[in-house]
Design a protein around this ligand. Sequence first.
Ligand SMILES: Cc1cc2nc3c(=O)[nH]c(=O)nc-3n(C[C@H](O)[C@H](O)[C@H](O)COP(=O)(O)OP(=O)(O)OC[C@H]3O[C@@H](n4cnc5c(N)ncnc54)[C@H](O)[C@@H]3O)c2cc1C
Length: 432
Amino acid sequence: MRLLTANEDWGQFPPSYYAASAGQAVERAPLMGEIRADVCIVGGGFTGLSAALRLAELGYGVALLEAHRVGWGASGRNGGQLGSGQRREQSELEAAHGMNLAKDLWAIAESSKRLVKDLIARHDIDCGLKPGIIHANHRARYDAEAQELVAHMAQHYDYPLRYLPPDELRGFVNSPRYSAGVLDMDSAHLHPLKFARGLARAAQAAGVRIFEMSEVQKIEPGDPAVVSSKTGRVTADAVVLGCNGYLDGLSMPVARHVMPINNFIIATEPLEAAQAEAILSQDYAVADSKFVVNYFRLSEDKRLLFGGRESYGYRYPRDIKSFVRKAMVDIFPQTENLKIDYGWGGTLAITMNRMPYLHRPAGNIYNASGYSGHGVGMATMSGRIVADAIDGRPQEFETMSKVSGSAFPGGSKLRQPILVAAMLWYSLMDRI
Ligand SMILES: Cc1cc2nc3c(=O)[nH]c(=O)nc-3n(C[C@H](O)[C@H](O)[C@H](O)COP(=O)(O)OP(=O)(O)OC[C@H]3O[C@@H](n4cnc5c(N)ncnc54)[C@H](O)[C@@H]3O)c2cc1C
């Protein structure tokens, strides 16, 4: 079984609210025959598209090969939350790597938010960008930590967060399940598939040749490297791997460091204004403090988009709507009778230390992946960081490489069962 075809046929988008609301997809032809490029990019998600756009703007001849369609992967299916910072808290990064490196990582993460907002503005990408993410505590014992976080970020990073005591949080997020929270107004949320398609449009306008339905089957390292699909070959001076959770065995050195896991989202029917307000009073996105995070927000047409629950392995659960609905009704009992119009899954990649894996498996082959559920900003940024490294400015690539974690234990056979056991343990902890 293969991740690229385990749950959808070639070229088919999942049955998502995003695919239904993003308009007609532009379909691009597959690669046929032999071509030459300065850089060949594998994968048409945020990583690959952002790298392609940047390289083309820097004057490189770029060919991008996507196995399905642009935005088909996690980039076109996710929660749309453009969060601050790295996947790990700054205090954890300071303890693990020292204040200086932690500050560099924060600066890169801040640039990622700016980059996404700039790209949307510069290329006129209509993707419903809206400010504000709330982090909601599912345990009152986390409230003191939330206050410390707000103070710490103000003192050391001059970053404004607002502590929301339980009463105030309830005014924003009408759930009996949460205590206090933190509001981050520089974070944002967007329609991810529209953003991915907008990036592709911009990249193509800058000269990138995008080939869809062009699964890369083999990469022969060398100078130049040769990248082959079923129907064509690209000879290129450098190769960028932007396959994230869908990498499978294309590069075993990378596969040992990233683990695919599946995550799921449902979309309710459109809500009346009063119904929507009785769930979320403002148009902010929310992510909670559970290990298997629940995240939700309202769509542009006022549906509740609710994400959460995970699975490990190739196939998604048969009934995604019921699978996720259980978590939604637990958080918002008032949604009990709402109709669920869409339910879909996506595969992301996590790493051992939950930091992205930016690495060169060979001299002129670059990988960026493993965003661990925090890729709207960091995948877009990592594409740009890889492009800059190819262009002879590797500083940020080196900074990110320093914190790229170790390989998963257990080799290719045992890592999945070990991960499943660990994840089940943590999700049990969420419940008790
Ligand atoms: C359900 C879900 C919710 C999420 N929510 C959030 C969120 O709210 N905020 C956040 O920051 N992050 C979130 N994420 C994570 C985020 O979506 C990802 O980190 C990000 O999209 C990764 O982008 P990417 O371009 O690296 O990978 P992808 O978007 O997965 O793109 C990889 C592409 O590579 C292609 N590919 C793979 N192998 C080959 C090959 N051999 N040849 C050619 N092409 C190939 C695939 O077809 C795919 O299109 C979520 C992920 C999921 C699944």
